[in-house]
Ligand binder design. Sequence first.
Ligand SMILES: *Cc1c(COP(=O)(O)O)cnc(C)c1O
Length: 356
Amino acid sequence: MSSPKLFAPGPVDVSPETFAAMSHTMIGHRGSDFEELYASLQPGLKSVFGTSRPVFLSTSSAWGVMEGALRNLVRGKVLCLCCGAFSDKWFDVAKKMGYEADKIQVEWGEAIDPEAVKAKLEEGGFDTVTFIHSETSTGVLNDLAGVAAVVKSFPDTMLIIDTVSSLSTVPIEMDAIGADVVLAGVQKALALPPGLAVFAVSEAAMERAKGTPNRGYYFDFVEFAKNDEKNNTPSTPCIATLFGLQYILGEIEKEGLENRFARHAETNAMIHTWGAKHGFQLFAPEGRRSNALTCFTTPADFDLPAFIKTLKSKHNFLINGGYGKIKGLTFRISNMGNETVATMQELIDAMDDVLG
Ligand SMILES: *Cc1c(COP(=O)(O)O)cnc(C)c1O
């Protein structure tokens, strides 16, 4: 039997059509073929980011740009908004990088309260804020517009937003909300193989970066901007993945973003309905739930490892048994990427079969 189909929240299943697009003849990255490829990606990326800014291509996982954004923007103190494994880790990473960092910590499963962000920023001294839109470890979708409005009311405070598991599943209006950096890895909501991160930087953040010392080279925003003017990247990018991205952006354009959002809402609701039927409680609160993945609380009398194991051995589907400190206590099912009502129904039928 081949490897199981991934319904875990990242990496997610990659379609054969995507792999076919990726097996394009290799091209050099300092020639016109590459410039055309790079330019062809911009309209689609700008549309999913909701920006008129260029979207940069980083050959790294999301963490590369998460760390890079701090390196480019933090001069004084960074505030990290923590509500799960990924957002908590960003605080640890900021400290590992030697920055003065503080955090707002809410219980895993809760959302960040914009009022709390306001109160914290009023203490003063912060020049950068890290924020995760969809906290993939808990299934919480944070209040993007609310948090952005608060951060924007503090002049010269940069807002870095991780949209790894939300980009293209719900509207993201980078320019309208005044975000400074929006970033995502492509192996989740964009259903590509891992190894590429995409990000956009506001004009204000670009100005900040220019004057920030010790930006290094690989994640230097100024280098990305300089190369973007020539439709290029600072170093050799993962060209095969970029052909895959070109294919996916074409699919997004064909489907239409609004339809894509609606598809994610519908397939996500199917998993909620399935969970309710079996008495599984949702881990994230009403109104603040991601529509790209679902996180359930594991009932005390439920043999989660056996469920996951049988789903895999009998049906060749993989779901996830919880992440970080809530491993085992929760489990997660992804509906990101190319999943449809039909493919989610196959998963649901298989899960029902395992539950008996
Ligand atoms: C998966 C994930 C990351 C980490 O991404 P890498 O590509 O492994 O670096 C960061 N943030 C969120 C919200 C994620 O879901």
